[in-house]
Design a binder for this molecule. Structure first.
Ligand code: DAT
Ligand code: MG
Length: 227
């Protein structure tokens, strides 16, 4: 397991170097986690929190498939993020509900206040655009981004359709942006626009071993079957 983790980190130097404040999972398991486990071990105390840290330090082999799944298959994955304005406006539950109810499977989720570096890497293709600095400032403002990976049939294209056009003026009224946004600079949600972007973005935001969970929904046949 350690050898596998080391290999993965070596293959993803950009991810390993990103300094971001995560609220949910992996980075908490590092320094503070080890200190706490050591203190509790010294005191001879066993508790649920010790067990959860043990899980984080030795993640189950939960993401054995390629990070973005297999293009064009039922295991295709996309990176969806609720931006800081979506979080501030209390729209997290509504966005998650749309993807869940459509039939997609949530395989990764965390709240993260992205560093400037992470925001710049994420929007690397837009760095020559005049709005780039403002975009990075807004994404790395300190309000959490809700980062997710969703899996299922055609999830990349369907995800983009559900999100709607970049400029809310052009997004269909039933789409997420069409329902909740009026400004291109505050369009509340991000979604990968192609398989290559999904690979890059999932790698960037969920590149550590054990951050994605490969599970089988009980109703998968009722959602994905083509007969
Ligand atoms: P999308 O988020 O639909 O993939 P994009 O990749 O072209 O759109 O741009 C990324 C984000 O940058 C977009 O969600 C909002 C912001 N943005 C794009 N065009 C903009 C503009 N003309 N003015 C201000 N912000 C813009
Ligand atoms: Mg884009």
């Amino acid at each position: 397991m350690l050898a596998r983790s080391a290999l993965r980190l070596a293959a993803r130097p950009a991810v390993a170097s990103i300094k971001a404040r995560t609220f949910a999972t992996a980075s908490r398991a590092t320094a503070a986690g080890s200190r706490r486990v050591a203190m509790m071990a010294t005191a001879g105390v066993a508790s649920a929190s010790v067990l959860s840290y043990a899980y984080l330090q030795n993640p189950v082999s939960a993401d054995a498939k390629p990070l973005a799944g297999v293009k064009g298959s039922n295991s295709e994955r996309t990176f969806i993020a609720i931006k800081p304005d979506g979080t501030q406006r209390g729209l997290v539950g509504k966005v998650i509900t749309r993807f869940e109810e459509r039939g997609y499977k949530l395989v990764g989720l965390k709240a993260i206040a992205p560093s400037k570096e992470l925001a710049e890497l994420h929007y690397d293709d837009l760095k020559a655009r005049p709005f780039f600095a403002g975009l990075v400032k807004y994404i790395s403002s300190g309000t959490p981004v809700i980062a997710m990976v969703w899996e299922g049939k055609d999830v990349i294209r369907q995800g983009r359709a559900m999100i709607g056009a970049t400029n809310p003026l052009e997004s269909a009224p039933g789409s997420i942006r069409g329902q909740y946004c009026i400004s291109v600079g505050r369009n509340i949600i991000h979604g990968s626009d192609c398989f290559e972007a999904a690979e890059k973005e999932i790698n960037l935001w969920f590149g550590k071993a054990g951050e994605l969970i490969d599970w089988t929904p009980a109703n998968v046949e009722w959602i994905q079957s083509d007969n």
